[in-house]
Design a protein around this ligand. Sequence first.
Ligand SMILES: [Zn+2]
Length: 295
Amino acid sequence: MGIRFGPSGNSESFYDKGYKHTYQAPEYLAEMGLDAFEYSFGRGVRMTEATAKAIRTSMEEYDIALSLHSPYYINLCVEDEERKQKNKRYFTETAKAALMMGADRAVFHAGAVTKMSRERAMELALPLLKEILDELDTEGLGAIRFCPETMGKLNQFGNLDEMIRICAEDDRLIPAVDFAHLHARENGALTSTDAFAQVLDALEDGLGAERAKNMHIHFSTIEFTKMGEKRHRTFAETEYGPRFEFLAPLLAGRGYTPRIICESNGTMAEDAASMKASYIASLNSLKQRVALNGS
Ligand SMILES: [Zn+2]
């Protein structure tokens, strides 16, 4: 499908321009040179069929790749049957909405490590997720791909290694790397191209080059404390990291084609456009170097 860039939700400028509804987002995104959008059901899956269809029609008209964010209260690290069933329902509701809206994938947070060990959390999460994916298949919802996300707080389940282990269980899962979250939970570690390269290397080693290349990415700057993530920031707030300029040359050089969603606070479309510009600049300088070497 090729690399794509877009926002999570609507920028402030979307409303400033007089737009009101998400089915109008594709026209705005096309004006901005963007071709992806993420719609959040973080607080629950609620949408009428008419709205879903209007969104699907306009996303298709402008060729915008649509992803969803599943409810935040998904937690696979649970023991009792009732809570397991609730989790299944959140996945099923998200997948049904995705089908109606024309979304091909949905990001989810795998859970929280409360009093249990991280190993116990993994023991609970893997079989439950497998059960859920099988059930989605049975219900004819298997075409929607789910993407476990790397989480920003230390007590959340889903550091980079955990996310890779989850994805290794089933080929249908798409790794969702939130670089802001990694930066926050690693105490501001992503400050060089090398640091980003280590993340990509870990993905390639754990899941193979193809899955790494086609991952889902969340990117923004972020404010953090000792406990990890505090809040997402904007690219204009230059005191915060991580910076996409370190990642762009790696994506260009390694031929990655991820879908990159910007989660900046209020300027997500503008910052997505600036990431696209940075990526294109990296690609052009790479081409120039190749041309020089070839002559
Ligand atoms: Zn998320």
